[in-house]
Write a protein that binds this ligand. Sequence first.
Ligand code: GAR
Length: 187
Amino acid sequence: MKKIVIFASGSGSNAQAILDYFKDSAKIKVSLILTNNPQAGVLDRARKSGVAAMSFNKFAFAKANSIHQILKSIDPDLIVLAGFLWKFPEHLVIDFPNKIINIHPALLPKYGGKGMYGIHVHRAVVENKENESGITIHYVNENYDEGAIIHQAVCRLDSTDGPEDVARKVLELEHEHFPKTIEGLLS
Ligand code: GAR
């Protein structure tokens, strides 16, 4: 059985899509969900799905502390950042080479980098009158949104679309493509 660990910071709709997709899989399972936000909706989703979950603080994320130890003991095949908004620490990037992936709600290299997350991305896309946006699934390296791209998908935008409309179109793409891309990487 291949093991996934998910990191998420908010509602966790992507985590939910992954949980649903692999619910009956004999090959891939979500072993643990981790969040930096004790109020995150993703904790409730984990509980309802019967998957172990915990929140952690900055101290636990530091080298040789609990998150590091937990990941080492689980030895996941893939670490999935699904709406995780903290920078992933370099010691983990080094210790889990080519095993950490992120989903970004835009077509990188456009609209990436520090401060570019969630609705901020979609506002910038609308301000620049883009006629398309989309998703990027990529490996995580030590720089924000710069790791090798694994998969992208595009959605068309209408001139009347506001940031919330773009968010809805992008999220739909994320839910469709993220679990399948994970499956592909683990097959
Ligand atoms: C998703 O759109 C994801 O791409 C984005 O946060 C949202 C989380 O939604 N991630 C980033 O912006 C990371 N830079 P969710 O909690 O419903 O899955």
